[in-house]
Ligand binder design. Sequence first.
Ligand SMILES: Cc1ncc(COP(=O)(O)O)c(C=O)c1O
Length: 380
Amino acid sequence: MDNRYLALAQPGIQGLAAYDPGHDIAELRRRFGEDRIVELGSNENAHGPSPLARQALERAFAGIHRYPDPLGGDLKRAIAASIGIPRERLLLGNGSHELLMLIGQTFAGPGLDVVASQYGFLVYALAAQCAGARYVAVPALPMSSSMPRGHDLDALRAAVGPQTRLVYLANPNNPTGTWFSTGALDRFLFGLPDHVLVVVDEAYIEYSTDPSLVSAVSLLERHANLIVTRTFSKAHGLAGLRVGYACAHPDLLQVLERPRESFNVNIPGLLACAAAIGDDAHIARVREDNRAEREWLADQLRARDLRSGPSQTNFLLVDFETPATPIESRMLAEGVVVRPMRGYGLPHCVRITVGDRGENLRMLDALDRAMEAVSLASTA
Ligand SMILES: Cc1ncc(COP(=O)(O)O)c(C=O)c1O
């Protein structure tokens, strides 16, 4: 590669590696066929979206020659009604990924620290580096040598210093599946200095069935430095539309409005998400089906002597207690996609999305063959 262009980039970008998508999924779909590939690598929703969202999508194409509403007024009204906050407290994004980056770009910068947990979602480090800020990863609570337990809120609090501008927390977290209670978050937020903004990323919150974990949206009135991000990509089953939202103090959102691309949410996204968020019955069904299937899958793994961590999400982090690459690559050769965790510093683990029963059975079959082949190879 000719480094001429890299030398022209700002220092934060020079130190970055481009996003690793895992696999060339389009190529894998062609190779195995849409009906044979099993995609359990990206925490998508096997149930798909609400039928109301599908109907809205059909209507969306009639107006596709227009620009989308840059204010996203109708979608904000629908979200506000659903989660019970004023719409001035909402900002829309091209997926919550865009918002996580926008927050970094707006508030972090050279000479400032961004604090997050070890095994926190990778985008937080990316947001810090892009802004030229220092990324401080705080050790997670251990469970075993290779399986993390989750965010250590006391240690995260202790890592906050005069240079800290942002703290990113994921609740529940990807890739660990772990979570902390809303009460613990409330205590964490109290007494933080005014110059520290706390982002609570709730991409998986709709999957939670633990009564101690309710959305941090309920804490917004008490903490003016809190930003909650949520998404339509997971439980709402609309990952392909790229829509997320941030909830925060209206004056804070006015600052984020400045660098926001005016038409960052497209017409199909605005219409389908407004329809989806009103379908509480669909989300309740998704949550319950996911819980039951996740428990079944964890039992199936346990029966194979494989441990998975506790999870309030639509995925399990599975510990092989031995390097997982040979197993994961054998599964991939059969068209079963799961997510390797080397990039997170967890080479013994893979993250497996909870699919529907058919997908999970096919994944387990491939897993059995892969484990047998690996154990034969090691005894040969
Ligand atoms: C914890 C977490 N936050 C945010 C995102 C980004 O989601 P999206 O940009 O699709 O809203 C993801 C996606 O996997 C995630 O796992």
